[in-house]
Design a protein around this ligand. Structure first.
Ligand SMILES: [Zn+2]
Length: 287
């Protein structure tokens, strides 16, 4: 069954506003030929959302899913790291985590827990899922969804921190510029270096978890969460789809073909339950 799943899978990500601090990389230098104005609505610039915030968001969803299945998850930080808050690591260990890498004696030989198996990052082990950045472009026709791209509109937002003193009449004290992407809709491309049924089981369960908890502060994506940024609608695009079917998902003029509907039924009734069973087994088997 798992042989039917391609090692490249795609998650649909839609959000009205995403703020990734100063880490959105834009191609405005090429697009503007030196005449770029931040506030010009005609700016047709695209850019890249790095994988770091996406990866952290997904990983947190996966950790919670493993915990819901009765397991503990690998902590993302080394036990001996210099955390900014005292006792934070021990507190996390009490709340459903085990020490990073404690699930494996020899990371090169055995795979550890399912989270470690996927994310690695300890003892020189890379992890089995590669999380790619998302390239976005404001021009829909230039977006290649089969390469994990998205439609998105880059804006630089300005925030003024103003004086609270009546006689200053809201005079700005400080100005902060924030990079944001609006109306993001596209694919996040994940590649598995090695495929296991429980990987897909965990992915689909955690993406559904994240979708159901999209307005939880803890499970929004990126920054400016108090201001409604990073509320993400997400679902796993049926991994049984072929490339042209994936493209069709994003074609507003076309609906599902009969074949796609059949694949959706097969996914729901056969594949997904089998992969979720595999996840259950793996989590039950410890650690
Ligand atoms: Zn672990």
């Amino acid at each position: 069954m798992i042989e039917d799943i391609n090692s490249d899978v795609f998650v649909r990500i839609q959000t009205d506003l995403l703020v990734v601090g100063d880490s959105i990389m834009t191609d405005r230098h090429h697009a503007s030929n030196g005449n770029y104005e931040d506030d010009d609505p005609q700016n047709q610039i695209g850019g890249i959302i790095p994988a770091f915030p996406l990866s952290g968001w997904l990983r947190h969803g996966m950790e919670e899913t493993v915990q819901e299945y009765g397991g503990t998850a690998c902590h993302p930080g080394e036990a001996n790291a210099n955390f900014m808050k005292d006792g934070v690591y021990d507190r996390d260990l009490d709340a459903g985590y085990h020490e990073k890498g404690a699930c494996t004696d020899d990371p090169k030989e055995d795979d550890g827990c399912v989270v470690f198996d996927l994310f690695g990052g300890f003892g020189g082990v890379p992890g089995k899922v590669m999380r790619r950045p998302i390239k976005f472009n404001p021009v829909r026709s230039s977006v290649d969804y089969t390469r994990g791209q998205a439609e998105g509109h880059y804006r630089r937002l300005n925030r003024n921190i103003v004086s609270r003193n009546q006689e200053d009449s809201r005079e700005p004290l400080r100005n902060a510029e924030i990079d944001a992407v609006a109306n993001l809709d596209g694919c996040w491309h994940l590649s598995f270096r090695e495929m296991k049924p429980e990987f897909i089981g965990l992915l689909v369960e955690s993406i559904d978890f994240l979708d159901a908890h999209k307005t939880d502060f803890m499970h929004q994506l990126g920054g400016a969460r108090n201001f409604g940024a990073g509320i993400v609608d997400c679902h796993l695009i049926n991994p049984l789809y072929e490339e042209r079917e994936l493209k069709r998902v994003f074609d507003r003029g076309k609906g599902n073909t009969n074949k796609m509907d059949e694949k959706d039924d097969r996914w729901k009734e056969e594949y997904r339950p089998a992969f979720v069973d595999a996840l259950e087994e793996r989590v039950e088997g410890g650690p």
